[in-house]
Write a protein that binds this ligand. Sequence first.
Ligand SMILES: [Zn+2]
Length: 298
Amino acid sequence: METTPLSDGVHYLHGAVNCGLVETDSGLLAVDTGLDRGAANRLVRAAEELGRPLVAILNTHAHADHHGGNAQLVRRLGIPVYAPAVEEVVIREPRYEPVYLFGGAEPVGALVNKFLQAEPSPVDHVVRPGETVTIDGRKLEIVDLRGHSLAQVGVRADGVVFAADGFFGLEPLAKHGVPFLVDAGRMRESLLRLGGMKAEWFVPGHGPALDDPEATLAANVAALDRAFAWLEERLEQGPAGTEELLAEFGARFGLLLSNPGSYVLNRAALLGFLGTLEREGRAAVLLEGGRWLWARAE
Ligand SMILES: [Zn+2]
């Protein structure tokens, strides 16, 4: 059996990206669909093993490794797709992912690949944080987990919280040094929100499901706080441009900056910290001599 049962009628498929399989009145709801066709086909096989058809998809956010299997499932099964407001735009128009990572311009070829741009998928229903949706008779709570992406959500099915990239398992966290995020302040709030939730199981997007996530959530918060502290200390020493800060930040936290894809992802994460510091009055933007500089707050 490829899937792991978590609680009554709730399973997950552990892989490079975890997907949930939640029993509904007439079949199974997939929570995220993995990177590509292969991931989608694996979900279909897992559903066959459970003896129930896939009847719908619910995406947590619009990163290619979480919705890249949608297109294949929609083609094969014609099932409806539920996705969070804001994120759903990128699921329908995935070219926006390399576009925003390239600063809004038409991206260079090295950024156009399946890891950064999924196949387009229709979205039939938009979900919003705080609401309870009923899909094929199954009630699901949509949890606000903004920060890793602009409008990421988690999905609670009874005692199981599918948190996707709202937090990272210890191994992927150690591997990345600093987790990918676009708003470090909001991601920190989302981590604290997860810490306050009572559930039997918490399933991250990457890493095993946890029945007691306390230490892992604390490690995620600590990773953000280390990065915040380093940046504030660095800005005390004088203003610096984004690229210069990125090279120093990368050296400090062991970030991979040697290919265009990981470079722009890490730059977005760095900006996710700097933007938070600026909004909170802890850093300032200076435009000097034709350069955008980050400086300590006055
Ligand atoms: Zn993600």
